[in-house]
Ligand binder design. Structure first.
Ligand SMILES: [Zn+2]
Length: 483
């Protein structure tokens, strides 16, 4: 089956073909490390982790680079305010990012380049652009000359004339075109500075990605990713810089993920309107965030609300309950499993459906809905007693299925019973019920039962049911959330 990818450059889905057979060079613009990141910043890492996993699943060998922007006005400003070196700031927030990233349990990237480690590559690239007559220098400042790059605007579909007409960029009389952008600029006092052929200075923002891509992958890559806000000017300028220097196509497929909305009134009340990833992980966890994001198509806008979080938690609960049940069934049946032909056949149909949706521009929303269909089928296929050799085979096949697609999505891979416990607690907190209140009621009920006060015990059971808690006599923990 052909892999279809929505390519911003073509404004449509295209068949995916790599530069080198079987190999994918993937670059995703990373964060500017000057503060804690909010959850929206992680849609890219979660989406592109899934894309990489899927491509690997279908046989590609993927090399993934995700950079840190560690030279930036915002970093410098913060460093000056705290009276420290800007490296102190960037290292602090790289560490914070890494903590969030690890909590998400995504695959590590092969490369996490930093701008400060690539200054030589940046200077070399600017020299190449100058040599090809597509940039000019004035007073230690180097500008890219967009009039000399004919295809400028090809990614964002902006025409130079439109740009001029709607121009709101600051006027700099030294520029040949008001939209010429900075490749290198002199550093002010107390700013990080590097020696260059144009004097002591620092790079403009856009040049870094072009330089790091070239240093890691060479002149051309297969996939360049980022949020849609980066299409213009950042990615447009990356194309201009790289192609002006290398004289060859920079990137074949531009994949952009949509925003998550943060301004909606229905935004999460439990977390406030700006949700740092760090805060989200404390209240919920990485699994919930990944589910929330992948349950929507990466090209659709998503607003994070308490309701959506609640739905994600319940959805995860259903899958993990099935996973837990499957594990128990396998553990309890000693006899060798005997394949259930019906179940295998239906599961195969689900696999085909997933393959179709993932080949069609990575439709994870559809994939997740198929996982739910398979989960329903699993639950309904077991015999009442759950003791037959076929039950064992059904449980094994379901677990294999869940593991295989779970790994692609980076979902459903947690230990089922301990994860159900933590979901129980999330559900209590979503319903504003304290755990100690539940435990107190459970203890009261136990006491009533010990004293054979059945009526009272039933009354407390009803009370717990109203709190969304199901009493499970005989289990060690004694309760589960009702989902
Ligand atoms: Zn970039």
């Amino acid at each position: 089956m052909e892999q279809l990818v929505y390519n911003t450059l073509a404004n449509k889905k295209e068949v995916f073909k790599t530069l080198e057979p079987g190999k994918v060079k993937l670059y995703l613009c990373g964060p500017t490390v000057y503060d804690y990141l909010h959850i929206g910043n992680f849609r890219g890492p979660i989406v592109f982790n899934m894309i990489r996993n899927w491509l690997e699943f279908t046989g590609y060998d993927v090399t993934f680079a995700y950079n840190y922007t560690d030279v930036d006005d915002k970093i410098i400003k913060k460093a000056q305010a705290e009276n420290v070196d800007s490296r102190v700031i960037s290292e602090r927030y790289i560490k914070a990012f890494e903590e969030d990233f690890n909590n998400l349990k995504l695959k590590p990237h092969e490369f996490n380049p930093k701008v400060t480690d690539h200054i030589d590559a940046i200077i070399e690239l600017i020299e190449g652009i100058l040599k090809n007559g597509k940039a000019y220098e004035i007073d230690g400042e180097v500008f890219f000359s967009i009039n000399d790059f004919e295809t400028y605007g090809g990614l964002s579909k902006k025409k130079l004339d439109d740009l001029e007409a709607g121009s709101r960029v600051e006027v700099d009389s030294r520029k040949r075109n008001p939209h010429d952008f900075v490749l290198w600029k002199p550093s002010k006092e107390n700013e990080p500075a590097w020696d260059s052929p144009w004097g002591k200075g620092r790079p403009g923002w856009h040049i870094e990605c072009s330089a790091m891509v070239k240093a890691i992958f060479g002149d051309s890559i297969d996939i360049h990713g980022g949020g849609i806000d980066l299409i213009f000017p950042h990615h447009e300028n990356e194309i201009a810089q790289s192609e002006a220097c290398n004289c060859t196509k920079y990137c074949n497929y531009w994949i952009h993920n949509e925003f998550i909305s943060m301004g909606d009134e229905k935004m999460s009340k439990s977390l406030g309107n700006v949700i740092t990833a760090n805060n989200f992980m404390k209240t919920y966890d990485g699994e919930v965030l990944k589910f929330l994001y992948l349950n929507a198509h990466y090209r659709s806008r998503l607003s994070v609300t308490d309701e959506k979080i609640r739905q994600s938690v319940s959805a995860l609960y259903r899958v993990y309950s099935a996973k837990n049940l499957a594990e128990q069934v396998i553990e309890k049946i000693e006899a060798t499993a005997v394949e259930s032909k019906n179940f295998s056949k239906e599961l195969k149909a689900f696999e085909d459906k997933i393959s179709e949706s993932m080949h069609d521009d990575f439709n994870t929303a559809e994939t997740i809905s198929v996982v739910f269909e398979a989960t329903r089928l699993f639950n309904s296929s077991l015999t009442k007693k759950r003791k037959s050799v076929e039950d064992k085979a059904i449980a094994q096949s379901y677990l294999k299925f869940l593991d295989s697609y779970g790994q692609i999505l980076a979902l459903f891979c947690e230990d089922s019973s301990s994860y159900l416990d933590s979901l129980d607690e999330m559900i209590l907190s979503l319903n504003s019920i304290s755990k100690s209140e539940v435990e107190k009621l459970l203890a009261d009920r136990n006491e009533a039962r010990n004293n054979k006060k059945w009526e009272q015990s039933d009354l407390i059971r009803d009370q717990l049911a109203q709190l969304g808690v199901e009493v499970l006599d005989g289990s060690a923990k004694g309760w589960r959330s009702k989902v």
